[in-house]
Design a protein. Structure first.
Length: 272
């Protein structure tokens, strides 16, 4: 059952009182993300998989690889698609059925971060131009929801793709045929990492938990690549940010993203 407006108002008032002293409900500093853990290879039958847990928010990502007919305007590139689903066990408000607008946005933000960073060299995923390419599909399942799904899906997807193995195919009689027993590493060019920040009053918080998320005035998710360049951005919430606040958010996304990226690298290297 959703909180009443009175409870939400009381909660936000309490959070604001703590923020005035530079404190948060869970004891973190304003620019401190929750503890992140990543496990690789959690779905044995997938070409790649990862479980990312950020505080009490958990997402499992699985990668499926198969030959596909390319889109008419991108016959010289492979295919990539990211999806997301919040399982009913993840949160009392999660329900089965068609995806809600929030879930659609979650999938699109995750997909955009991977795509716009050019994490994968898609031109290396072509079997025969305009006829057959490698399609990579990454599905995210939210198994525990305690706020900030954008970042946890980003980390799970990046880790799953970075550690996956691509089956090898060859063209025979104009059709792709799998070469049994042969795999290759994905053509990874960079590791995208998103960092989500919210504004409550005049305070900017990194990686909000569910209590903080329900009290936000504005939110922004910024994705950076391995070079620390901003490659994607998503704004939400009923209000906005000042220019100075946006600049601070950009700087924090680069600093926090660098630390997160090392965790993803370490987890991927440990799986090899």
């Amino acid at each position: 059952m959703a909180n009443s407006p009175i409870i939400d108002t009381l909660k936000k008032t309490h959070i604001l009182e703590l923020l005035k002293d530079g404190k948060r409900l869970d004891g973190r500093s304003l620019d401190q993300p929750r503890e992140l853990s990543i496990d690789i290879g959690v779905i044995p039958k997938a070409e790649g998989s990862a479980r990312a847990r950020l505080g009490d928010t958990e997402v499992v990502a699985g990668v499926k690889v198969q030959p596909e007919r390319p889109f008419p305007d991108t016959g010289d590139q492979g295919m990539l698609m990211c999806t997301a689903e919040i399982l009913p066990i993840a949160h009392p408000t999660a329900e089965t059925g068609p995806p809600t607008p929030d879930v659609v946005e979650l999938a699109r933000v995750t997909d955009r971060g991977i795509r716009e960073s050019k994490m994968l060299d898609m031109k290396q995923l072509v079997l025969e131009k305009d006829k057959s390419v490698i399609g990579i599909f990454c599905d995210n399942a939210v198994t525990d929801h305690d706020g900030n799904l954008f970042d946890v899906c980003s980390y799970a997807t990046t880790a799953a793709l970075n550690s996956c193995k691509l089956p090898k195919y060859e063209m025979k009689d104009d059709a792709p045929v799998k070469i049994e027993g042969e795999v290759s590493d994905p053509p990874i060019a960079t590791l995208p990492v998103s960092v989500t920040m919210i504004r409550i009053g005049e305070h900017i918080l990194v990686d909000p938990n569910m209590d903080e998320w329900t009290c936000l005035d504005a939110r922004i998710t910024i994705t950076t690549n391995s070079d620390g360049n901003i490659v994607a951005l998503q704004k939400g919430g009923s209000e906005g940010f000042t220019h100075e606040q946006l600049t601070n958010c950009a700087e924090m996304s680069i600093q926090v993203g660098k630390k997160i990226r090392e965790i993803i690298k370490t987890a991927s290297e440990g799986s090899n």
